[in-house]
Design a binder for this molecule. Structure first.
Ligand SMILES: [Zn+2]
Length: 427
């Protein structure tokens, strides 16, 4: 037995590779493939996957895969890199009556997150950034997915989003005697640094803070800045020191600009921009992540789902302006990622935002790039994620037809592979 093991190890080292040398290859063929790096459609592609990586990619017939390879022929379909949504809350459900969600324990929120993680992956979103729960439920779900115990996308989780006392990231809905306070509340430069450290201690692999008021909080004005520049700089400095990317929730113009100057990696929502905000984003290389689909859901179903009138009114105030800002940002050449705020609308509908991104100024290719290579670059994972290239992780989705002709095809993903494992479709 011992001899046999030694022989096997020797054989592997002669090949110059590890155990993966004997793993079988999977070969995927389709009618077309979107090359998001070059910005063009490639016809008749062939991708070879071994373990969790793409090991070869090219035109069909341009190379010969290994003899024992398994073939997946996706006739009539177009391949794309797995989609990446940079603003999601998988521990929340839009359909649950608003005040009832406040009675949800952290274990209950975790169950919700497990369910939504699977829905999200099946919709073709192989990577998400979850921008805030209240008690690390999403970090538990992320770790369960990574351990292979449950099914879901690759998750970047911020843990508890940072915010000022009484701000958008606090909970102001309950009576004072309930002494309700969100776990991410911290005031002052050293307190926010401590909160970043605490999030990292418990497993956060991204950071978020609230720079302005927001639509779904009580008593906050969307346009009004919350953290000061000094506090924002402290959050960004501490996060970058630890190697984490920072997202700032900001609707109002001064909050957007202050967050950019503080050095955040992405601004979320970005409802009220002006020329200076666009110029600053370009100067600092800041990404905009703008949730321009969910307004339709909130204005149609919000009242029915128990969203208070104050919040629906704020949505009315923001929605049109945000879409105008989106068009200005695209025209102005700001770097954009896809961020949908799923959880405000039902999970699994994330791709509905693609058509709105096209309606408000992007080409279909730009919309797909926002949800792939741009998002990967924001996360500093552009060598592993967001493109179909040799050496990249095998996160591959497919739709019937050509999404560059009809972007709404992204709403019906028929094939999902993550880390080289097929979760949907195939043979
Ligand atoms: Zn959000």
């Amino acid at each position: 037995m011992r001899m046999f093991m030694k022989a096997a190890v020797a054989a592997a080292s002669i090949l110059g590779v590890g155990a993966s040398a004997i793993a079988a290859e999977t070969v995927i063929t389709a009618d077309a493939m979107v090359d998001v790096v070059k910005g063009k459609l490639i016809e008749k592609p062939m991708i070879v996957v071994r373990d969790d990586r793409i090991v070869a990619i090219g035109k069909q017939g341009s190379f010969t895969p290994g003899e024992d390879a398994t073939y997946i022929a996706l006739d009539g379909m177009t391949l794309m890199p797995g989609f990446m949504d940079m603003h999601v809350h998988i521990s929340g459900d839009a359909e649950t009556p608003f005040y009832m969600t406040m009675g949800y324990s952290i274990p209950r929120q975790t169950v919700v997150a497990v369910k939504n993680a699977e829905k999200t992956l099946m919709a073709g979103f192989t990577t998400i950034r979850d921008l805030g729960d209240d008690g690390y439920s999403v970090i538990g779900v992320r770790d369960g997915i990574n351990a292979g115990e449950i099914v879901g996308p690759r998750i970047y989780s911020v843990g508890n989003a940072l915010g000022i006392t009484g701000g958008h990231c606090d909970n102001n809905f309950l009576a004072p005697e309930m002494k309700s306070k969100s776990n991410g509340v911290a005031d002052g430069p050293w307190a926010v640094r401590e909160k970043v450290r605490e999030n990292i201690k418990y497993g956060a692999n991204a950071i978020k803070f609230c720079a302005t008021g927001g639509v779904f909080s009580k008593g906050t004005k969307v346009g009004v800045q919350q953290y000061t520049l000094e506090e924002m700089k402290a959050i960004v400095d501490e996060s970058h020191l630890r190697g984490l990317v920072v997202a700032a929730h900001a609707h109002g113009t001064s909050g957007i600009k202050t967050a950019i100057v503080a050095g955040v990696d992405s601004v979320e929502h970005v409802s009220f921009v002006d020329d200076e905000a666009i110029a600053l984003a370009k100067k600092f290389g800041t990404y905009f992540s703008m949730d321009i689909y969910n307004t339709e859901y909130t204005l149609t179903y919000g009242a029915e789902n128990g969203v208070p009138e104050e919040n629906i009114n704020k949505e009315r105030e923001v929605s049109q302006r945000q879409r105008e800002s989106f068009s200005r940002a695209v025209k102005g050449g700001v770097k954009m990622v896809m961020g949908t705020d799923a959880g405000i609308y039902p999970h699994g509908d994330n791709a509905k935002q693609f058509s709105r991104m096209v309606e408000f100024g992007m080409t279909p290719m730009q919309a797909l790039q926002a949800a792939t290579i741009n998002a990967a670059t924001l996360l500093k994972q552009e060598r592993d994620l967001g493109a179909l290239q040799e050496g990249f992780l095998a996160d591959i989705v497919a739709v019937k037809g050509n999404p560059l002709d009809d972007i709404t095809l992204t709403e019906n993903v028929t094939f999902v592979m993550k880390d080289g494992v097929v979760y949907k479709g195939g043979n």
